[in-house]
Structure formats: structure tokens, C-alpha cells
Design a protein around this ligand. Structure first.
Ligand code: SF4
Length: 222
């Protein structure tokens, strides 16, 4: 089975088990960008607490952009690395202001997904995963975010080369899955990673993908 077939079968089998999540709007594009910067190296709960505190403390994105560093760091401290994330957020908001004259990212809709990703990743502190999340979740544009679960599981199944880094896997995996499946497969892979295909001791016997998974085949042979 080639990798595109493997990707299609993965999408099908996960859809059979979990259903197909339908797209719903998330945060605004700027909100999603800030939230995703906050999410680096922490869990969803701490990210959301930091985001909520930030939004309550500063009424506008302009206030966040111009806030004293220590006040901003204090408001986002539950997300950790506040002294890195705060400057990254302010830098992004400043560049958006300089380039657009206001703080909004809806103009990205007029670009191709690749152009929009390039624009976002030119912001310091914004990597391919953050860019893909903003595009997919807030702009409904075809982009494939590769987080730790998606990277681990696609490697185990064999949808990507084993040694490929997460950064390189964004483009590669986007070519293996069909664009209109990105949203559902991204969410279903994360769910599988949390519930079954855990980093340590994956529960392969309970996994809907065990008939097509390289890791499982190799483990059974040994
Ligand atoms: S069979 Fe095992 S290793 Fe393969 S995807 Fe399922 S849980 Fe992960």
C-alpha cells in the first residue's frame, strides 16, 4: 500500500471509530495566533487560562501590543515561558500593525495557503505548526498542522518517512492526505494519540488502525 492509500485508509478507519468532526469557527485569526503561541510547551488548560486572563486584562490587541513587558508576562504566566511568549506576541502584533495598518489577519484569505503560511512563519516565534493552526482553524484554509501526536502516529503507521522532522512533515503530510480531510484527520489523530496511540505503551490491541500500521506489524513479528 502506498502512503497516500495508507493516509486515506487512516482517515476512513478513524472516521468509522470517532466520526467526522465538522469544521466550526474557532477564535479570530489574531486570537488563534496568540493562543497558539501561548500553547507552546504547555497543555490546553494552561493555555486557555493564560489566554482568558490576557483578554480580560487588555481590552484590545493594541493594548496587548503596547503593554509593558512585565504586565504582559504576569497575565500569561500560567502558560509558562512568559518572558519568551510575551515578546513573541508583541512582535507579531507590531509587525501586523506595520504591514496592515491595523491588527487583523483576514487579509490572508486572499492568498494561497502556501503564501499565507510563508507570511505567518516570517513572524519571529511563529513556526509551521502555529501557522497551519491559524490557517486551518480560524481561516478555514487548507493547511495540515503537525503536533506531537500527529507526528508520532503518522511515523508509527508509516504515512511519512520514519526520520522526518515535524517541521518537514507539514508539507509532506499535506500531500498524503486530501485537503478536505485535514480538519477531521487532524482532530481524530490527536484523539487517537491521547486515548490509544500514546507515546509510551500504545494500546495497539484496541486500535482501529492496527491492521494497517507498520509499528504494530513489526512489533508482532518480533
Ligand atoms: S496500531 Fe499501535 S502504534 Fe499503530 S497507530 Fe494504533 S496504537 Fe499506534
Amino acid at each position: 500500500m502506498n502512503r497516500k492509500q495508507l493516509a486515506a485508509n487512516t482517515h476512513q478507519l478513524l472516521g468509522d471509530k470517532y466520526g467526522l468532526p465538522t469544521w466550526r469557527p474557532h477564535l479570530s485569526p489574531v486570537g488563534e495566533l496568540v493562543s497558539t503561541i501561548l500553547s507552546q510547551n504547555t497543555n490546553d488548560k494552561n493555555r486557555d487560562r493564560a489566554y482568558d486572563t490576557l483578554r480580560k486584562k487588555f481590552l484590545t490587541w493594541e493594548e496587548v501590543r503596547d503593554a509593558p513587558g512585565n504586565l504582559l508576562a504576569e497575565s500569561i504566566k500560567t502558560a509558562g515561558l512568559a518572558n519568551q511568549k510575551g515578546p513573541a506576541i508583541q512582535n507579531a502584533l507590531r509587525i501586523i500593525t506595520e504591514e496592515r495598518g491595523e491588527i487583523e489577519l483576514d487579509f490572508l484569505r486572499s492568498k494561497t495557503s502556501q503564501e499565507a503560511s510563508l507570511w505567518l512563519t516570517n513572524l519571529k516565534g511563529v513556526g509551521p505548526k502555529t501557522a497551519a493552526i491559524v490557517l486551518l482553524f480560524s481561516l478555514d484554509m487548507p493547511a495540515f498542522p503537525v503536533d506531537t501526536h500527529v507526528h508520532r502516529i503518522t511515523g508509527r503507521i508509516g504515512i511519512r518517512p520514519d526520520k522526518m522532522t515535524a517541521a518537514k512533515a507539514h508539507t509532506y503530510l499535506a500531500e498524503q492526505f486530501l485537503p478536505d480531510t485535514y480538519y477531521a484527520i487532524h482532530l481524530n489523530l490527536i484523539r487517537l494519540g491521547r486515548e490509544i496511540c500514546k507515546a509510551r505503551q500504545p494500546l495497539c490491541q484496541d486500535c482501529p488502525l492496527n491492521k494497517i500500521c507498520n509499528y504494530y506489524k513489526n512489533e508482532k513479528i518480533q
